[in-house]
Ligand binder design. Structure first.
Ligand SMILES: Nc1ncnc2c1ncn2[C@@H]1O[C@H](COP(=O)(O)OP(=O)(O)OP(=O)(O)O)[C@@H](O)[C@H]1O
Ligand SMILES: [Mg+2]
Length: 394
């Protein structure tokens, strides 16, 4: 729904949705619709509400199909209860249009965090990734595919008791935003910069494409740009994604191997979401740490505090870097070549360890083999000379 569409229908602060949710102010707006902070007048609590699709202009059958699909996705998302997932409370119908009613978390998204810090440290991103992967593994277990994982859909609580808590939002919403008919097989909906290659080629999103999109999201916040780069021409970008050739990462440190695994062009070579979670947790904690040490915990920086980018006290910059927004109705790209043959862009990098200052003892130990060979050569030479002298003596 466009802003002008909402204005015509009088949607704004104080508007009462479905006789129950009173809109307060806009929290933000993405590719379609806006998210509002609202008051649930029945339960007397704050909620976030979002109209993700509109039936205006559709014929009655199409309108019914869109409405039913949105309600179905909302009900599916409502099945999921996880500490790292935004809870879905309700799907409300207002003038025949579906609105999603969600848990409200005063937060900033990773997309907003990237306007404060150009890039985020791998150690912090590994914790975010492990927690989100745990929520997504639970969703996959329940038969729910997210379809639109990206920095804008990962929220980090920026104040109060939950400060630093990570939650993934917008489950299944990309499908709700899709084109009217379920015959939308021929078009793709989601955020091209984070698509898995097979999705860019027109395949339906699966658990494995969620793994790729989470990998692409984490890559983006560490590297400062998505794995296939930024392009205002979404069709050109889609063609690059479909080839599966990501830019080799340079700043991912201990996250390099887990990310390259998640970003495998061929879905068959990618880890499951649960495996990805374990690999990300190992990158955050080292081999001795266990996943349970991270779950339900706030994000910590290397100094043991919640990072500044996650705090409401750190001002957001005005300019929003363009790192991709949700789109619908994209035509699939079908490049030549199969994804089975596509390989990782680089072999796992070997990270140089920092050189320690060298002592005199280290230098003596290092030169010992050379000294030894010189001595042996001298002894051999002496023996040869002695033998020659003995032989030639009358
Ligand atoms: N449940 C929520 N609680 C608090 N804030 C939220 C919630 N959901 C979304 N927001 C805020 O609203 C902003 C806009 O959300 P929205 O989902 O519309 O946009 P997006 O995910 O960035 O883009 P797109 O619509 O293209 O997917 C988010 O970045 C976040 O700051
Ligand atoms: Mg969103």
């Amino acid at each position: 729904m466009t802003d002008s569409g909402q204005a015509i229908r009088g949607i704004g602060p104080e508007y009462l949705v479905a006789g129950r949710y009173r809109l307060r102010h806009k929290l933000g707006g993405g590719g379609m619709g806006a998210v509002w902070l609202a008051r649930d007048t029945l339960l007397q609590r704050d909620v976030a509400v979002k109209q993700v699709t509109t039936t205006v202009g559709l014929d009655p059958d199409e309108a019914r199909a869109v409405r039913e699909r949105t309600m179905r996705e909302g009900r599916n998302a409502a099945k999921l209860t996880h500490p790292h997932s935004i809870a879905m409370y309700d799907v409300a119908l207002e003038s025949g249009e579906p609105w999603l009613v969600m848990e409200y978390v005063p937060s900033r998204s990773l997309a907003q965090a990237m306007n404060i810090a150009e890039t985020l440290p791998p150690i912090e991103v590994a914790q975010v990734g492990a927690q989100v992967a745990d929520a997504l593994a639970a969703a996959h277990h329940a038969g729910i595919v997210h379809r639109d994982i990206k920095p804008g859909n990962i929220l980090v609580a920026d104040r109060g008791r939950g400060l630093g808590t990570v939650k993934i939002s917008d489950f299944g919403i990309a499908r709700a935003k899709g084109d009217a008919a379920d015959a939308a097989d021929s078009v793709i909906t989601g955020t091209p910069a984070y698509f898995a290659p097979e999705v860019a080629r027109g395949k339906d999103p699966t658990e494995k494409s969620d793994v790729f999109s989470l990998g692409a999201t984490l890559y983006t916040v560490v590297e400062g740009q998505p794995p296939f780069g930024i392009d205002t021409d979404s069709i050109a970008l889609l063609h690059r994604v479909a080839k599966g050739e990501i830019r080799p990462p340079t700043q991912t440190g201990p996250l390099t191997e887990p990310l390259l695994h998640m970003l495998e062009p061929d879905p068959a070579r990618r880890p499951t979401m649960a495996q990805a979670r374990d690999e990300l947790a190992a990158a955050a904690l080292g081999p001795s740490g266990g996943v349970e040490q991270i779950m339900g915990q706030p994000i910590y920086s290397a100094t043991g505090t919640v990072p500044a980018w996650a705090s409401h006290g750190t001002p957001l910059q005005d300019s929003r870097r363009s790192i991709g927004s949700t789109m619908s109705g994209l035509p699939p790209a079908r490049p030549a070549g199969s994804l089975d043959d596509a390989r990782r862009p680089v072999q796992p990098l070997v990270w140089p360890t920092r050189a320690e200052p060298r002592t005199l003892r280290d230098k003596i130990v290092d030169s010992a083999p050379i000294a030894m060979s010189v001595m042996v050569s001298i002894l051999v030479l002496a023996a040869v000379v002695a033998a020659i002298v003995l032989v030639i003596q009358p």
